[in-house]
Design a protein around this ligand. Structure first.
Ligand code: PYC
Length: 355
């Protein structure tokens, strides 16, 4: 396993750790729920405390239209056997007393829907837990080793060039969130992904005030409280393509204005750190788990804001694809072929923030 930087230093450690499986389409429900079920036993399986906390993920509606769309979405999600409930503003107020649910806000809370099995996990623990388990099974993990090219012979991958020398391989699997397009280009093809910064920030620690994850897609704000007591706030993507691991000030300002309107008690909080991750996003806001035009070269990418929450499921079905050179039923809809055949899986509405 080759890592350009250090384990957990890329997008794994640069997200707001939200885990949920309440996506709209059957194909997405299948993969995200597969991941959710694996999350539910993962700390035990890895024998590493991932601090997986099913505290619930509540998504807010701020208009009649959004609420109507949400009700329809909840029915679709339930049809796939995934827990999902609509909440009234009164129920939301009881669940989250610090939220301003009065009707005269710029974006009033008209209702919401909750996945109670959703929540968070500690992202660096996830990276370390997997790394330790992989190492115990004999995987060589080589950090500070960037791939600089591919060895390709007659359309088949034969290995990679790296900053520490060439490595021969009969199969190569790329999981390079944020740089999938760059790495694909080294192999001589293009991916339908757009790369943009998505930023988040974390406050000084305070006493427990919020025990549920709140998302507001309309105002591009999501917030949870970490086990250390920090408020973890996330924003929308920047509106330009970039590989800088920081976002623009205007995006933070807009998100914080929305956060303070919903949670006036946050207005005096000092923010300690902000960071950006690069999200590679496909035109349908669904991922790619696929063979590629180069034989025995596979890509798992394009997750947009869905990558962390899918980790166990995405890794599991991808490993199966690489081992058998054939996608299983969960992975098959996410193949690159869909951009030729037109079987897109439009999850823009479930993506949490606009892509
Ligand atoms: O859960 O969709 C999500 C999300 C969006 C941004 C961060 N997480």
């Amino acid at each position: 396993m080759l890592e350009k930087g250090w384990i957990g230093g890329g997008n794994t450690g640069r997200n707001t750790t939200i885990i949920r499986s309440n996506y709209l389409w059957d194909e997405s429900a299948a993969i995200y729920e597969h991941a959710m079920k694996l999350w539910e036993g993962l700390s035990q399986e890895l024998n590493f405390n991932l601090m997986f906390s099913q505290r619930g993920v509540l998504t807010l509606a701020h208009s009649e239209h959004e609420l109507r769309e949400m009700r329809r979405r909840v029915e679709a999600i339930r049809l796939n056997g995934i827990d999902s409930d609509v909440l009234t503003p009164d129920e939301i107020k009881r669940l989250v007393p610090i939220m301003d649910t009065s009707p005269n806000l710029r974006y009033p809370v008209m209702g919401g829907f909750i996945q109670r099995r959703g929540g968070t996990a500690r992202h660096d623990a996830v990276a370390w837990g997997y790394a330790r388990a992989a190492d115990a099974r004999g995987v060589d993990i080589i950090q500070n080793c960037a791939v600089t090219g591919f060895r390709i012979d007659q359309g088949t991958v034969r290995g990679v060039e790296t900053t520490r020398g060439p490595i021969r391989a009969s199969k190569v699997a790329c999981v390079v969130a944020g740089h999938a397009g760059v790495v694909a280009e080294m192999a001589g093809f293009r991916l339908p992904v757009t790369s943009r910064p998505l930023q988040a920030l974390v406050s000084e620690p305070i006493k427990p005030i919020l025990d549920v994850v709140i998302m507001s897609n309309a105002v591009h704000m999501y917030v949870s409280q970490s086990d250390k007591g920090e408020m973890v706030l996330g924003a929308g993507t920047d509106s330009y393509n970039s590989y800088t691991q920081r976002g623009s000030m205007t995006v933070i300002e807009g998100m914080l204005a929305a956060a303070v309107e919903l949670f006036p008690c946050l207005s005096r909080l000092s923010m300690l750190r902000s960071w950006g991750g690069i999200v590679d996003t496909c035109p349908d806001a669904s991922p790619i788990i696929s063979r590629t035009p180069v034989r025995n070269l596979y890509f798992n990418c394009g997750w947009g804001t869905g990558g962390f929450k899918a980790t166990p499921g995405s890794g599991h079905v991808f490993a199966d694809l690489v081992a058998r050179d054939e996608p299983n039923a969960i992975a098959a809809p996410f193949s690159l072929d869909r951009f030729v055949g037109g079987y897109l899986i439009d999850e823009h509405g479930a993506a949490g923030v606009a892509h």
